[in-house]
Design a protein around this ligand. Structure first.
Ligand code: PLP
Length: 414
């Protein structure tokens, strides 16, 4: 651990991988191939180390599993349906299933992780929760479980983001969470992250920091992926029931930080017959200067406590990303996705604002489901892929479009 500059210098950049039978698994130091680790200030070490030493034994404990599964079932509404989209399948001349994470309580997959982390926080004896949020969706998912558990919650949010995402700020407040504005720097997500880290350093004993995607220092990416892995766990038995086989030919998911994709891919990482399709946001186009497609534009670097791919200037300043979808508007991707990309195990596509909006309206018209604009990016990739008639494709529908109504209205074209 220690300061990220000196550690970065030691990183081996040699590329070594084997595609066949490859294991996408985190090693004991928190690396997926060349990416991951824990690049944190010395003062954060005790907090992260406490988590690292305890998370696996807590997650594997039978009574923890029982409590987690019970809440997923009775509170979140799991299992979510695996829906055969007849009209969409006709359009693409193949068999398309939608994994309906949009039907989770609060309208997206994020709550799978916040339920898991708050139960873990309780096992660690923590009484208070902090989080940071950009678009506000992770803040709402965190505020929700804090209300559920009667735990005190502070969510840091950039002042600029608070103004842009007013409804989510009010949702958090209704739920009893204090939203603290981050007023430094660009007053957006990375400033909120810095404030949350500082808060955690000053309150190491009673506070747990809930990170909302497969990002952050080890063990967060692995821990969040495990909580979200319920998505592919369910896809396996649901597909077995309807198609007689557990493995589809493709799993498609959008990637912001990468938690819904990691959950949808998790039990297929080592299944070579399943193609893993990750879709990033290309904004106004990857060459426009207004994009969030990290694997196209990013380079290795350290972001949010781990070594990963991120969008940065030649002197290492983080570049502000852009996407019409607030949840994909992130300058990096989790280390597991950087590894999926580098190793070739995952195929990465990107979809522009326009392609995503069209795909969102198409799904609304064909299936009566208005998707979150994040999820619409995953749907947009169907136009860029080619399949056989009896190919089975599972698209992870990460969230519903209610929160995006204003954006749909402004976009028009329906
Ligand atoms: C937050 C969010 C995303 C992006 O986050 P990941 O960690 O990449 O999954 C995608 N879809 C929805 C609906 C979201 O709310």
């Amino acid at each position: 651990m220690g300061n990220s500059g000196s550690l970065l210098a030691k990183i081996v950049t040699e590329l070594r991988f084997e595609l066949k039978g490859m294991k996408i698994e985190v090693d004991s130091r928190g690396y997926y191939g060349n990416f991951g680790g824990a690049y944190i200030p010395e003062m954060l070490f005790p907090n992260v180390e406490e988590l690292r030493q305890n998370y696996l034994s807590i997650l594997q404990d039978a009574s923890f599993r029982q409590e987690f599964d019970h809440l997923l079932k009775t509170y979140v509404g799991r299992p979510t349906p695996l829906y055969y989209a007849t009209r969409l399948s006709e359009k693409y001349q193949s068999k398309i299933y939608l994994k309906r994470e949009d039907l989770c309580h609060t309208g997206a997959h994020k709550v799978n992780n916040t339920v898991g982390q708050i139960l873990l926080a309780k096992r660690l004896g923590k009484q208070k929760i902090i989080a940071e949020t950009g678009a506000g969706q992770h803040g709402v998912a965190t505020a929700t479980v804090c209300a559920l558990m009667g735990m005190e919650c502070i969510v840091y949010m950039g002042e600029v983001d608070m103004a842009r995402q007013r409804p989510n700020v009010e949702r958090m407040r209704i739920l009893g969470t204090e939203v603290r504005p981050a007023r430094s720097g660009s007053k957006t997500l990375k400033d909120a992250t810095n404030e949350a880290m500082r808060h955690w350093i000053n309150h190491p004993v009673d506070t747990h920091y809930i990170i909302g995607s497969v990002v952050g220092p080890h063990p967060y990416p692995d821990m969040v992926a495990r909580f979200q892995s319920v998505i592919s766990e369910e896809i396996k038995w649901q597909l077995k029931e309807t198609e007689g086989r557990e493995n589809p030919d493709f799993v498609v998911a959008c990637v912001g930080g990468g938690s819904n994709a990691a959950g949808a891919f998790y039990h297929y990482f080592d299944q070579d017959d399943v193609q893993l399709i990750a879709v990033e946001a290309a904004g106004l186009g990857n060459q426009s200067g207004e994009s969030a497609a990290t694997t196209v534009l990013g380079k290795p670097g350290v972001l949010h406590g781990s070594k990963t791919l991120l969008m940065q200037t030649s002197d290492g300043q983080v570049v502000e990303p852009y996407s019409i979808s607030a949840g994909l508007d992130y300058p990096g991707i989790g280390p597991v996705h950087a590894h999926l990309f580098e190793s070739g195990r995952g195929q990465f596509y990107s979809a522009t604002d326009e392609e995503a909006m069209k795909a969102g309206i198409l799904l609304s018209r064909l299936e009566g489901i208005i998707p979150a604009i994040e999820s619409a990016h995953a749907l947009a990739a169907l136009d860029k892929m080619s399949f056989e008639q009896d190919d089975i494709i599972v698209v992870n529908l990460s969230g519903r479009g209610d929160k995006d109504l204003e954006t749909y209205i402004k976009w028009g074209g329906y």
